[in-house]
Design a protein around this ligand. Sequence first.
Ligand SMILES: Nc1ncnc2c1ncn2[C@@H]1O[C@H](COP(=O)(O)OP(=O)(O)OP(=O)(O)O)[C@@H](O)[C@H]1O
Ligand SMILES: O=C(O)c1ccc[n+]([C@@H]2O[C@H](COP(=O)([O-])O)[C@@H](O)[C@H]2O)c1
Length: 223
Amino acid sequence: MSSTELALARAAHQGRRYRLGVMGGTFDPIHHGHLVAASEVASKFGLDEVVFVPTGQPWQKRDRVVSLAEDRYLMTVIATASNPRFSVSRVDIDREGDTYTVDTLTDLRRERGDDTDLFFITGADALRQILTWRGAERLFELAHFVGVTRPGVPLTSKDLSHLPSDAVTLLEVPALAISSTDCRDRVRAQQPIWYLVPDGIVQYIAKRGLYPVPGVGVPDDRS
Ligand SMILES: Nc1ncnc2c1ncn2[C@@H]1O[C@H](COP(=O)(O)OP(=O)(O)OP(=O)(O)O)[C@@H](O)[C@H]1O
Ligand SMILES: O=C(O)c1ccc[n+]([C@@H]2O[C@H](COP(=O)([O-])O)[C@@H](O)[C@H]2O)c1
């Protein structure tokens, strides 16, 4: 029996619904800001599991080059492997075309069944944009949304007044001023990313030669 099946069985035994957190992201690369956000929401909302879902094709990031889905998927697996409550789903990278959260949540609902409540975890920056997402009006029927604070992105409950109040919660989490953009820029500038991302991610980036210096290629020493 997998740990997910075990937790499902335990929740059923206790006569309560399974609580599944869904942390969607491009994860190019995954960093400690993502992991702390997921861990905090899991603790505050009593989640049984958080499933990380790397995007297939992030349509709102068409203006930039995004690493191969398999690299982003493997980095997500490496970063979450040590936490028994964390798992990774391929639903978005295995679906063709642009990635929409309405599809992510529909697929997970189908996969996990009706006894599961979904909590979609999102940073303040993404939450601000949520009404631009495809099928936005259906999103709040599929999951409860938890918006976590993010340094540099001011967000108060007033900013959420246009969203259904019973479907969105704002949660303050320890502030980590880390972004994937900054991690990529640091790798290109041969600056360290140790402690911004899990150790295995530093090593995976070096091994795969991700984020090469434009026109130069992969630096010799990425430590
Ligand atoms: N440091 C952080 N604190 C809180 N939430 C975060 C943080 N970094 C990312 N998130 C949230 O995690 C989700 C996935 O983020 P994503 O993979 O796009 O990372 P990112 O650091 O924002 O990437 P990029 O810099 O490439 O745009 C989004 O909802 C985002 O708001
Ligand atoms: O559904 C949409 O239209 C949509 C538009 C932009 C972002 N999202 C989702 O929001 C999550 C964070 O996205 P990103 O681009 O900030 O990594 C991820 O799960 C995306 O699939 C979803």
